[in-house]
Design a binder for this molecule. Structure first.
Ligand code: SAM
Length: 263
């Protein structure tokens, strides 16, 4: 199949039922500030404007942003920003309450956008995003399953995740090369509950999953003395040859605390 990569990930949603289902999944919006990522030609924006208390939409393509600004210039509660979502500081927007975030994500920067949202998790209540189906499966995967990896663990430290529905390529124009899926993330960071510091634990997760073929112990030995790793893994009650993808988050956090000398 020929590679189909439109500029800036611009696969516009043309399936009306899917537009409706995405907006419905956001729940009531009349008291919420909604942040839309990449409004494009306004497939979702048109439905969000009458529902949201306030709507801020951030679009990198200046031509599309300008068109939306013209379309909504008389709606006082709507603000179209021409810019990069990855440079947006979201905390200032959430002063009147946690944000609701929505977007059919540009697939070339899906992971970067998700990480940016996780970094702002305390400013966000709920997020509904369209991603590649394979990414949706990784986000929602349980430990022990083949799809579980560092993205699953990172996401699940920040949110409760549910894959809502799948859309075929024909739902978009131009069609992408893969199926897409809509995912709901209820932001509920678990760092306090699991007694781990966010940045340090995110780094630890990268280390645990560093090399897919290696055992957890071998990945950890890149940063800790082998005897310390072995002792910590045994104390937690894990098998010496366990792989990171088989370990639930609670136990990964225990191992982290043990290695930090906190447990
Ligand atoms: N929401 C529209 C829809 O559903 O039809 C467009 C979705 S399209 C998959 C992704 C949109 O994100 C495009 O309009 C693209 O220009 C925009 N975009 C790409 N990179 C962006 C970035 N870094 N910041 C903000 N918007 C971006």
């Amino acid at each position: 199949m020929a590679l189909n990569k439109p500029k800036l990930g611009q696969n516009f949603l043309v399936d009306t039922a899917a537009r409706q289902a995405i907006v419905d999944a956001l729940g009531p919006l009349s008291a919420s500030t909604v942040l839309e990522i990449g409004p494009g030609r306004g497939a979702l924006t048109d439905m969000l404007v009458p529902r949201a208390r306030r709507l801020v939409a951030v679009e990198l393509d200046r031509v599309l942003a300008h068109r939306l600004e013209e379309a909504w210039k008389h709606a006082g509660h709507v603000e179209i920003r021409a810019g990069d979502i990855l440079e947006m500081e979201m905390t200032t927007l959430s002063q009147t309450g946690p944000l609701v975030v929505v977007g059919n994500l540009p697939y070339y920067i899906t992971s970067d956008i998700l990480l940016h949202l996780f970094a702002h998790a305390s400013a966000i209540r709920r997020t509904i995003v369209m991603v590649q189906e394979e990414v949706a499966d990784r986000l929602a995967a349980q430990s022990g399953s083949s799809a579980y990896g560092v993205l699953s663990a990172t996401a699940q430290m920040h949110a409760r995740i549910e894959k809502l529905f799948v859309l075929p390529p024909e739902a978009f124009s131009p069609p992408p090369n893969v199926n897409s899926a809509v995912v709901r993330l209820e932001m509920q960071p678990r760092f306090e509950e699991l007694h781990v510091e966010r940045i340090a634990f995110m780094r630890f997760l990268q280390l645990c999953f560093g090399q897919k073929r290696k055992t957890l112990a071998n990945n950890l030995k890149r940063a800790f003395p082998p005897a310390t790793v072995q002792a910590a893994i045994e104390e937690i009650g894990l098998h010496a040859s366990v792989r990171a993808e088989a370990v639930p988050l609670e136990e990964t956090a225990r191992l982290f605390r043990r290695l930090q000398g906190l447990a």
